[in-house]
Design a binder for this molecule. Structure first.
Ligand SMILES: Nc1ncnc2c1ncn2[C@@H]1O[C@H](COP(=O)(O)OP(=O)(O)OP(=O)(O)O)[C@@H](O)[C@H]1O
Length: 466
């Protein structure tokens, strides 16, 4: 049963109608007093609670009610309803333990989706309970079936715990925030959520929010109509529309400026937006996965990140441990990157000597898995040997840490007579050979944009037209 608490009769009526039509049993009450007596007698599966009771405009009554409800029914998810103008109240409510919030006027489809997500997540959390209902068993089964983690290497407890959460929430529509240091595999986890969701056949759209300027944010995310501004010479589809029915991955969300944060919050609220120059609201159905290596709680305290946006993107948090805290994964990862590098470059597979593996297993890895990948790939290209020893890796390790230290200066780094530029040039030449000068394939392999690849081809004067 879903309990609706709202003093506005028209809201009670329209919510009841919508929820009953969706197959839920509904009880609707008008006052906090009636609400408390209802939850004393029956346990609702979910509560939809208005925060703006007419008796007080401060919202204190709503917060008090929320706290009382939590005392009686700690495990029942509560979704708060507020006006957009009093979203601060929703934030207070989230701090006091509400599960989610919506702003009025709401969008029926997205409210239903939130309700479904809340119920699903609550069942998963409660699935350890021996009294689990049929519904919980079904969810548990679904979550365990066919989980594809084939592209994620590692078997450490730290990684397995992360994957366990991913497995349980992938099929829901819950927003997920992935945290962790740079290079720990956050993007891979976002992909795993998508690949294991009902949305897997639709788009996974990645947006690097750190790379989008404030002035371009709206056109990039929501699109624009031809003529909407001086440079808009044609219609453009935004990232949200591209991700419709799929997943949008908001990378580096901690870097988003405060002005763009409110625009993002609005679209996440009810999944509608207006492209620039278009007065029609566009509706989308998008699952939101975000990632950051910033400490968002700290940013909230410093007022550089909106707390309401934080709750909106963060129904579930997944924290990826640093590589130095899951060293068991290093040998598997090293072998995996070596295998891939040899395959891509069409060279015979290599092996690691015992001392090489011991060395790799002990490094500090401030750049995490990305750093390990670079070290392995460079060593293979430079050494061109069948069995790689610790001695082969050492110069590359020095060069990588030196490169980290001088990343913002143009100082050339020498190791074994080679500069980083030499290494980069060799890697590009090898990839060109492997892909018979197909620049799209080379760019993809090396993780570069075509423009970045062209710049390097010019810089090193590499003839790719032969
Ligand atoms: N478990 C893993 N198995 C295989 N490859 C991995 C794994 N984790 C990370 N990688 C690889 O390491 C590199 C860095 O990973 P990724 O880009 O996902 O990290 P990130 O945390 O998103 O980094 P950033 O914060 O800098 O964006 C990628 O090439 C990725 O494919």
């Amino acid at each position: 049963m879903i309990l609706i608490i709202d003093d506005d009769i028209s809201i009670r009526a329209s919510l009841s109608f919508m929820l009953k039509r969706a197959g839920y049993e509904v009880v609707a009450v008008a006052s906090p007093k009636e609400a408390i007596s209802t939850i004393r007698d029956t346990a609702p599966q979910l509560i939809l609670m208005d925060m703006n009771f007419s008796l007080s405009t401060s919202g204190d009554e709503g917060i008090t009610l929320l706290k009382q409800v939590k005392l009686f029914r700690e495990d029942v998810p509560i979704i708060l309803m507020t006006a957009w103008g009093s979203i601060d109240l929703a934030v207070k409510g989230m701090r006091a333990g509400a599960f989610d919030f919506i702003t009025k006027p709401w969008n029926n489809a997205s409210l239903l989706q939130r309700i479904e997500t809340a119920l699903e997540l609550n069942s998963i959390d409660g699935s350890k309970d021996t009294n689990s209902s049929h519904n919980i068993d079904t969810i548990r089964q679904n979550k365990n079936n066919d989980f594809d983690r084939s592209f994620i290497i590692g078997n450490s407890d730290g990684l397995n715990q992360v994957l366990d959460v991913v497995k349980r929430v992938a099929k829901t529509n819950a927003s997920v925030l992935i945290t962790g240091e740079s290079g720990t595999g956050k993007e891979l986890i976002a992909e795993a959520l998508h690949r294991n969701s009902m949305r897997m056949d639709k788009n996974f759209v990645k947006v690097n929010l750190g790379g989008i300027s404030q002035s371009l944010f709206e056109s990039e995310m929501f699109g624009h109509k031809k003529g909407a501004f001086t440079d808009a010479s044609a219609d453009r589809i935004g990232r949200f529309e591209l991700a419709d029915k799929g997943t949008i991955f908001l990378d580096e969300i901690g870097d988003l400026d405060i002005g763009s944060q409110v625009k993002l919050l609005r679209v996440l609220q009810d999944q509608t937006f207006e492209p620039l120059g278009d007065s029609h609201a566009h509706k989308v159905d998008v699952r939101v996965v975000s990632a950051t290596n910033a400490d968002l709680t700290k940013r909230i305290a410093e007022h550089s990140f909106r707390e309401d946006l934080f709750y909106r993107i963060n129904l579930i948090t997944v924290h990826l441990p640093a590589l130095r805290d899951r060293r068991e994964d290093i040998p598997l990862l090293a072998k995996h990157f070596a295998y891939k590098q040899c395959e891509v470059n069409n060279i015979p597979q290599v092996e690691f000597s015992q001392d090489a593996m011991t060395l790799l297993s002990r490094l500090p890895y401030s750049g995490n898995i990305r750093e390990l990948k670079n070290i392995v790939e460079r060593t293979i290209i430079i050494c061109a040997k069948k069995i790689l020893t610790a001695g082969d890796f050492e110069p590359q390790i020095n060069s990588c840490s030196a490169a980290n230290a001088t990343v913002n200066s143009n100082t050339a780094v020498h190791s074994d007579g080679l500069t980083l530029d030499d290494i980069e040039r060799r890697t590009i030449v090898a990839s060109l050979k492997k892909h018979k000068n197909n620049l799209s394939h080379v760019a993809f392999d090396l993780g570069l944009s075509r423009a970045a690849l062209y710049r390097r081809l010019e810089k090193y004067d590499i003839d790719y037209k032969k």
